[in-house]
Structures are given as structure tokens and as C-alpha cells.
Design a protein around this ligand. Structure first.
Ligand SMILES: [Zn+2]
Length: 105
């Protein structure tokens, strides 16, 4: 995905990629850190680039008592009233936040 963006913008090489990964997206940052070196192998655009990950907290609003809480920490249940009925406010995102272009000497 980042490689495609770079090619479209005529960027020969990337310095870094910053991903925004929500706690509720189903993607684990540790997974990306582990596989990134393998993914960038044989991809000249990405070779030598760094991977940054911004983790976004999974926040929810309780539909029964309007309390706001962290979904992961409370295991999906409102800490105030115990309800599982909620509106997810954030933490489902998975996107490229930024791509870094190396400085030209
Ligand atoms: Zn509640």
C-alpha cells in the first residue's frame, strides 16, 4: 500500500512509514514490527525504511449509562453499569498516517 503511494508520487525511496493501528482493528503492532523486515525485502522503495506505529485506544460509549471507557481494558463491558451495549468511538482504524521522504543532499 505504501509502496504504491510512493510509486504514484514518484518517490524513489521512503525513509519511514507511520501506521495508525487501532486497538480494535484486529491488527497487532507487534505483528507489523516482526514482519516488516520481511515485507520490505526486495522492495527497493521500502528498503532501509523504518516502521512507526501509533496505537489508537479503543474507546466506547456505554449506551445504557453514557460512561466512556476503554474497550480492551474493560473487556468490552461498561465498568460503571456492566452493560455490553456500546457505541465504538475509536480504535477501529488501520491506515497509513504518514510516509517519510528522505532528505535530498
Ligand atoms: Zn454503562
Amino acid at each position: 500500500m505504501a509502496e504504491q503511494t510512493a510509486i504514484e508520487n514518484n518517490i524513489p525511496k521512503l525513509a519511514y512509514i507511520t501506521l495508525e493501528v487501532g486497538e480494535l482493528s484486529g491488527f497487532l503492532p507487534v505483528f507489523f514490527h516482526k514482519y516488516y523486515p520481511i515485507v520490505i525485502e526486495n522492495r527497493p522503495v521500502l528498503e532501509g525504511s523504518k516502521l512507526n506505529i501509533i496505537s489508537v485506544a479503543g474507546e466506547a460509549l456505554c449506551k445504557d449509562c453514557s460512561a466512556m471507557y476503554n474497550v480492551m481494558r474493560e473487556e468490552g463491558r461498561c465498568p460503571k453499569c456492566g452493560s455490553r451495549s456500546k457505541t465504538i468511538l475509536g480504535g477501529q482504524e488501520f491506515k497509513i498516517k504518514e510516509i517519510g521522504i528522505p532528505e535530498i543532499n
